[in-house]
Ligand binder design. Structure first.
Ligand code: PGA
Length: 262
């Protein structure tokens, strides 16, 4: 068993409805009932959190419940936002922070992302913190600088003691929802660089324990090769997490890869 337990997230984004989301959750739970050696979390849209939570609970599933975003203030006049206490109240364990669609489409900046990550960790919640370069940035050869900036700013003032509850998702923007996957070698290289950066920011122990997962067109047929890379500890799955059989195959590939690692 690898020193780092693999983690796979199913990011449903703004998809499903109450009925199709429930079917999907039931399918995932049933497909993974006997599986161990991997942490699995599904991230439904906010309105369905309680419905999906009930399904996970009823079936005694180890699959966890996640939220796709949060606002860092505990309460108050923030129309349309959802707070950490609200998410906790709904049984949410993991929350995505800094997903590229929030950065690119909604315009979230590193500083806001840092506030969200800090507030979640300080409240005892788990975080999946996403980083990744755009196509232009990669073509200009700036991917290392861009990811380093996002990691340094996003994790500013987060102490080593809270890093245990944080998973980093490296998701190159050009690979998300495009069908273009980073090669296992390119993804591994970026994961290695991020782990080295964490060692410089914190220490070797934190770096060796932090899970760094890959996202961007992970599918049932390319997951195993990606997850076999030494610094890739699982995946954040968008499109393929909406198909029960594909998602189950991907989670099983992560568990298998974890078992094969030293
Ligand atoms: P994708 O999305 O798997 O559809 O590329 C991944 C993500 O955005 O987390």
């Amino acid at each position: 068993m690898a020193t780092r337990k693999p983690f796979v997230g199913g990011n449903w984004k703004m998809n499903t409805n109450r009925s199709t989301g429930s079917d999907l959750a039931r399918g995932v739970v049933d497909g993974l009932m006997t599986l161990d050696g991997v942490d699995t979390c599904i991230f439904p849209p906010f309105p369905y959190l309680l419905t999906i939570r009930a399904i996970l609970r009823d079936r005694g599933s180890a699959v966890r419940l996640g939220a796709q975003d949060v606002f860092h203030q505990p309460d108050g006049a923030f129309t349309g936002e959802v707070s950490i206490p609200m998410l906790k109240d709904c049984g949410v364990q993991h929350t995505l922070v800094g997903h590229s669609e929030r950065r690119q489409v909604i315009g979230e900046k590193d500083e806001l992302i840092n506030k969200k990550a800090r507030a979640l960790l300080e409240a005892g919640c788990d975080v999946v913190f996403c980083v990744g370069e755009t196509l232009e940035e990669r073509q200009a050869g700036h991917q290392e600088i861009v990811n380093a900036r996002q990691v340094r700013t996003g994790l500013a003032e987060i102490p080593a003691s809270l890093m245990e509850r944080l998973v980093i998702a490296y998701e190159p923007v050009w690979a998300i929802g495009t069908g273009k996957t980073a090669t296992p070698q390119d993804a591994q290289e970026m994961h290695r660089q991020i782990r080295e950066l964490i060692a410089r920011m914190y220490n070797a122990d934190v770096a060796s324990r932090v899970r760094i997962i890959y996202g961007g067109s992970v599918k049932a047929d390319n997951a195993a090769e990606l997850f076999a890379q030494p610094d890739i500890d699982g995946g954040l799955i968008g499109g393929a997490s909406l198909k029960t059989a594909d998602f189950v195959t991907i989670v099983k590939a992560a568990a298998e890869a974890g078992r094969a690692k030293p």
